[in-house]
Design a protein around this ligand. Structure first.
Ligand code: ZN
Length: 372
């Protein structure tokens, strides 16, 4: 499973938390079902947004990245997210990226504009098969998300940068492609290709490629296309995308300045398990809203659950555990799983008995990552 990680220039907001929680639930489910999960996540520790933020704030870009990576990891620990097997930084992956670009070039799918190297996506016949957008929509989203559809010299407006020659005052790394740094999409393609040890018998390189739904285009479309040129294979059997999180009816975004940070909520005294519970109250694929009411509802339901777990005896647990497993097997239907838990809490409150407390605690911990 390959999940696109953060660009470490800002603290972990709730949208990030919702995305990584989704893949944590997948990892937990697969592990509980007896699978060995090879889970890789990158960290885009060199990219334009990081350099721009460091410049704006007058700090060293490496110090900024290091501090934000630490904050991200401590947030994930607080939310009891099991770490990936490999966390790979873009900087450490530069040799892999260069190797992948050399392979693309050997297949005739790259070209130069000045000293920057671009990938020609038109060489793949079904470009766009993941996002199902028309060309105009693609161009518009591409320019909003780091792309340069209007750049003069491109063979196609949607071709993407794979190697950027060093700019004055910016870092660069020596390579066979000249001194520069990797483009964003090829970073993930190269890391997924290297770390997920493709089995040559499969039609796809990896099982799951994941991230937020804002990565469908251009990011995952570009990664998929690059992987096809590199290997002739589909990148992933399944592409999984988590919906976006809004705040009080508005889109949560850096430009609006309305981001809710996990670290701030925790500093304000909110139990990380309540944050996690609140995010699981809606389905991962839905775009959803974070409101005060959502948090209050989660606090109430967690209190019910804690009181059931703390009672002298519990209502029967076998059926509720099996309901939780079935709900998760149904495309991670967490609202259904939590609703089963609330019904069980009510049964406990009504004095029903015959349950196995440790089995319930194990289920909450291993499948939902909840520990009270
Ligand atoms: Zn990625």
């Amino acid at each position: 499973m390959y999940v696109c990680g953060i660009t470490p220039y800002d603290a972990t907001h709730l949208g990030h938390a919702a995305t990584y929680l989704t893949f944590d639930l997948i990892q937990r489910y697969l592990r509980a079902a007896g699978s060995h999960v090879n889970y890789v996540q990158n960290i885009t520790d060199i990219d334009d947004p990081l350099l721009e933020r460091a410049k704006r704030d007058g700090v060293n870009w490496q110090d900024l990245a290091t501090s934000q990576i630490e904050l991200f990891r401590s947030d994930m620990v607080a939310l009891r997210v099991i770490p990936p097997l490999h966390y790979i930084g873009a900087v450490e992956a530069i040799p892999l990226v260069v190797k992948a670009i050399e392979l693309l070039s050997a297949k005739g799918s790259t070209y130069l504009i000045d000293k920057d190297l671009y990938f020609e996506n038109n060489l793949v016949s079904d470009f766009g098969a993941l996002s199902h957008l028309d060309k105009k929509e693609m161009e518009s989203i591409f320019s909003q998300r780091g792309g340069d559809p209007l750049l003069i010299g491109k063979r196609d407006s949607l071709d993407c940068l794979v190697w950027m020659a060093q700019r004055p005052g910016e870092p660069g790394w020596q390579s066979t492609l000249g001194v520069g740094r990797p483009g964003w999409h090829i970073e993930c393609t190269a890391i997924a290709y290297e770390y997920l040890s493709p089995n040559s018998d499969d039609d796809e390189l990896i099982d799951i490629q994941g991230g937020g739904s804002d990565l469908i285009f251009p990011h995952h479309e570009m990664c998929r296309t690059q992987a096809q040129v590199l290997t002739g294979k589909e990148l992933a059997s399944v592409y999984v995308h988590a919906g976006m999180l809004g705040l009080d009816g508005e889109k949560m975004s850096k430009s609006k300045g309305n981001l809710v940070f996990v670290s701030q909520l925790i500093a304000d005294g909110v139990d990380p398990m309540v944050i996690k519970y609140a995010l699981m109250m809606s389905h991962y694929r839905q775009d959803r809203m974070w409101t005060h009411e959502v948090l209050e509802q989660a606090q109430l339901e967690v209190a019910n659950l804690k009181s059931a777990l703390g009672a002298k005896s519990q209502a029967a647990t076998d059926s509720v555990i099996s309901e939780i497993i079935q709900a998760l097997a149904d495309d991670l239907n967490t609202p259904r799983a939590l609703s089963a838990l609330q019904s069980w809490s009510t049964q406990c409150r009504n004095g029903e008995t015959g349950g196995d407390l440790s089995a319930m605690r194990n289920c909450l911990d291993s499948l939902l990552g909840l520990d009270f």
